[in-house]
Structures are given as C-alpha cells and as structure tokens.
Design a protein. Structure first.
Length: 309
C-alpha cells in the first residue's frame, strides 16, 4: 500500500512512523525546511508506546511521487489547509482516498465539494503529539487512537487496510461506519475543552479551582452538546458522562493544543473549532454565551497577530 502524508508534524509524523513499521510505502509531502530536515536526519519519534527512527521518502509541493498513492493523508493545521490542498490536488487520481486527520468538522463538506470525484475518508486522532524544534516527534500522551471511515458509504477497503496496518504496528485503531458522528463527538468535546482552557488560559485543574470554574466548564460543554443535537449528531449519554468526568477532575493538568498554540504565540484553529461551533449555534438560534466569549477571545488573539504582521 502506498500512502502520501502531507505534514510531518505531530500527527502526520506519528501516523507515518506507525504505517512504515507496518510495511507501508510512505512518502511525506513536506515544505522546504521540514523536507530538508527529514532528508538529513530522517523521521524520529519518541513515544511511550515505542520509538521510531529511520530514513523516509520525501517530496516537496509540486513534485510527483514515483507511484500513484492509494491514500493521501492530510495532517496540517486548519490555517494551512488551502496551501495543503493546492499541494495534494495533483495526487488525487480516481481511486485515491483523501483522509484528513484535522480536528473539527467543517473541512469534510468543504473537501467533498472541492473534490467531488475523490473518495473521502474522515479521520480522528485521540492523543497528543508534538513536533519539537529539533525535528523529533514527541508523543505526549500515554495513548494514541486513530479512527477512520468513509464519509459517503458504510465501509471502505482502503480505510480498513489503513486500520489493519496501524493495528499491526500496535496502534489502537478503528474503522467506523459513522465517521461524521464520531467526528462530532470529538468536535463538541474539543470545542468545550479548547474553548475553556483558551479563555481561562489555564489547565482544567486550575479552572476548577477558580471562581465558578466547574459551572462554567459544564455550561460550555452543555452548549456544545446542544449544537451537536441541533445539527443531528446527538452524542451518546455515556460519552457525555465521560466528558463531564474528564473535564471536572480536580487538579487535572490537562491543557488543549489551542492553549499551547496561544502560549507559544502561534496561529490557532480557533475559527475552525470555536468559530464554526458558534456559527452553527447562531444558525439554530441557540443561546451559547460561554462559547461566544471563548470564540471572541481567541478571535481577538488572532487579530492581534494579524496586526503585528
Ligand atoms: N498534535 C496532536 O496531538 C493532535 C492534533 N490533532 C489535529 O491534527 C491536525 C494536525 O496537527 P499537528 O500534527 O499537531 O500539526 P503540526 O503543526 O505539528 O504539523 C503540521 C505540519 O503540516 C505541515 N504543512 C502545513 N502546510 C503544508 C503544506 N502546504 N505543504 C506541506 N506541509 C504543510 C507543517 O509544515 P511546515 O513546517 O512547513 O509548516 C507541519 O509540519 C490539526 O488539525 C490538529 O488539531 C488532533 C489530535 C491530536
Ligand atoms: C483533545 C485533544 C488533546 C485530543 O487529542 C486535542 O485534540 C487537542 O488538544 O487539540
């Protein structure tokens, strides 16, 4: 199986390393700086589930890989999506699957509209991995779960093969026939988690110890749940219980990648996660006051970055 992965960052690097371990022919599509780094030092992953180090195939945007890929994985952040799509569009031949691993949901309809002939898979990553300044991928969580499945049918052989290969490399991976629901489940959680941690600029434990922290967290989670319900993606009650427990664990050091991006002065996926959730709440005329403040807070942060560039 041949796979091209755009983006050798936290997610792309992790998934790519595990696919290579499973004997997959993986090529990374990377921009100049990262391409040079990969060419000179290879791909290195430090993970509690097993390290990886090895030489990897690399192409730059505009280059063609030697052979047609069976699947193209997108593992950029949302602000880079347009440039990423320009880079992968020439690789999408009939039969090639496109598998975005981005958080959020709105890119799925956008990709379906933009590439109507392409077989689109959805993807979700649970876990945390980070590309360090020295080029090493650091797996930060004790787990990493990958879920994928087709957007417009109930099963897909390429999605199944990707899952089987990841499993053979020890990854907790699942094929699903309801990828949109699964993506919404994560989206509603992430919007609440990233929203509250970015708004309060603190971990869950610190927010809980602050004035009305618990009420505010649970209020925001209920707001994002109400949007999911209005959009036709009601989450299972048992999952909501898990989310509530996770977000109200006293002393929890959990922070979102959105807060880490803000702390580092980087661009965020605020518009893609919080802005999109808020737009959907407004479409359904739902009252989501905590979400509105969180989205405005991250929007103002982005506007300050705009003004400084
Ligand atoms: N990291 C995590 O733990 C998790 C991340 N996610 C989601 O996964 C997605 C990816 O996140 P993450 O892996 O952390 O992101 P990273 O920033 O670590 O990696 C993104 C990579 O994409 C590359 N890239 C961007 N645009 C292009 C382009 N046009 N051509 C080639 N390469 C490009 C960047 O390269 P360059 O150096 O050239 O900019 C960078 O290496 C996000 O949507 C995130 O929310 C989901 C769950 C967990
Ligand atoms: C919620 C979490 C940690 C799960 O992978 C995540 O995706 C993020 O913080 O962006």
């Amino acid at each position: 199986m041949r796979v091209v992965i755009l983006g050798a960052g936290g997610v792309g690097g992790y998934v790519g390393a595990r696919l290579i371990e499973a004997g997959t022919d993986v090529t990374f599509l990377a921009r100049e700086k990262r391409a040079q780094e990969l060419a000179s030092q290879g791909l290195a992953l430090k993970s509690p589930l097993g390290d990886f180090a090895g030489r990897v195939k690399v192409v730059r945007p505009g280059d063609k890989p030697a052979d047609q890929p069976d699947a193209v994985l997108l593992s950029c952040k949302e602000p880079a999506l347009e440039s990423a799509l320009a880079a992968v569009a020439p690789l999408l031949q009939p039969g090639t699957r496109l598998l975005p691993l981005l958080n959020g949901v709105r890119h799925i309809d956008m990709l379906a509209e933009r590439f109507p002939e392409t077989l689109l898979l959805g993807g979700i990553i649970h876990g945390a991995a980070n590309l360090r300044p020295d080029g090493v991928i650091e797996h930060l969580s004790s787990f990493m779960t990958v879920i994928t499945g087709p957007v417009a049918s109930s099963s897909d052989p390429v999605a199944t093969e990707i899952v089987d290969r990841l499993k053979s490399a020890g990854v907790d991976a699942y094929a699903t026939h309801e990828i949109r629901q699964d993506m919404w489940n994560k989206f509603l959680f992430l919007a609440a988690f990233a929203g509250i941690t970015s708004l309060m600029r603190a971990s869950i434990g610190i927010i809980l110890a602050s004035d009305s922290g618990r009420e505010r967290i649970l209020r925001l989670l209920e707001e994002t749940r109400s949007v999911a319900v209005a959009e036709g993606f009601a989450p299972p009650d048992t999952l909501m219980d898990e989310y509530r427990a996770l977000l109200t664990e006293p002393g929890s050091p959990l922070t979102s990648s959105m807060l880490r991006d803000i702390d580092a002065g980087r661009r965020t996926e605020g518009a893609h996660i919080l802005g999109d959730m808020l737009a959907r709440a407004r479409k359904h005329e739902l009252a989501t006051p905590v979400l509105a403040v969180a989205a405005a807070h991250v929007e103002a942060y982005e506007r300050r970055l705009d003004a400084a560039t």
